[in-house]
Design a protein around this ligand. Structure first.
Ligand SMILES: [Zn+2]
Length: 175
């Protein structure tokens, strides 16, 4: 039987929209409740995010953007330039933790700890570009995990299949 990893973290719920917004902590609460109610949780291998690392994030994102994002959160800005992408004071740290979750899932697969991994992380991370957050995404978790595998595990080619209601733009725009 395939071993499936499940990455999540309670702090992912601390990125809270300051106004009515479709991307809310309830997404992860619903996933977790479903896994517990159905008993599926018993067959998953729990995985924790590794310590968030700016070095891993900086392989994908412009340092000026990271400083701008951190400052905007600290200052209490409600959104980025892209107004569909909200912030609160926790968001920068939680965004690093979300990227670290994607890294942990990818690493567990590459090292053979699990056969595949499901990363229930947020803020989401497939639209953010190199120097711009957008589409509810602050950092590009997907691209950060892919670059991590290339840098640390010598993986050369990685296929990112981005399935959403619209064309995925982030990994391409961030690499
Ligand atoms: Zn999307």
């Amino acid at each position: 039987m395939k071993r499936v990893g499940y990455v999540t973290h309670p702090d992912y719920l601390l990125h809270v929209p300051p106004f009515e917004h479709p991307e809310s902590p309830d997404r992860l609460v619903a996933i977790d409740e479903h896994l517990r109610r159905t008993g599926l949780i018993e067959s998953l291998v729990p995985l924790a995010p590794v310590e968030p690392s700016e070095e891993d994030v900086a392989r994908v994102h412009d340092p000026d953007y990271l400083r701008r994002l951190e400052l905007a959160c600290r200052r209490g800005d409600l959104t980025l330039e892209s107004e569909d992408t909200y912030l609160n004071k926790n968001s920068y740290g939680i965004a690093l933790l979300a990227a670290a979750g994607a890294v942990a899932g990818a690493e567990a697969v590459v090292t053979g700890k699990v056969d595949r991994a499901f990363c229930a992380v947020r803020p989401p991370g497939h639209h953010a570009a190199r120097a711009e957050g957008m589409g509810f995404c602050l950092l590009n978790n997907t691209a950060i995990a892919a670059r991590y595998l290339q840098a640390r595990h010598g993986v050369s080619r990685i296929l990112i299949v981005d399935w959403d209601v619209h064309h995925g733009n982030g990994p391409r725009a961030s690499s």
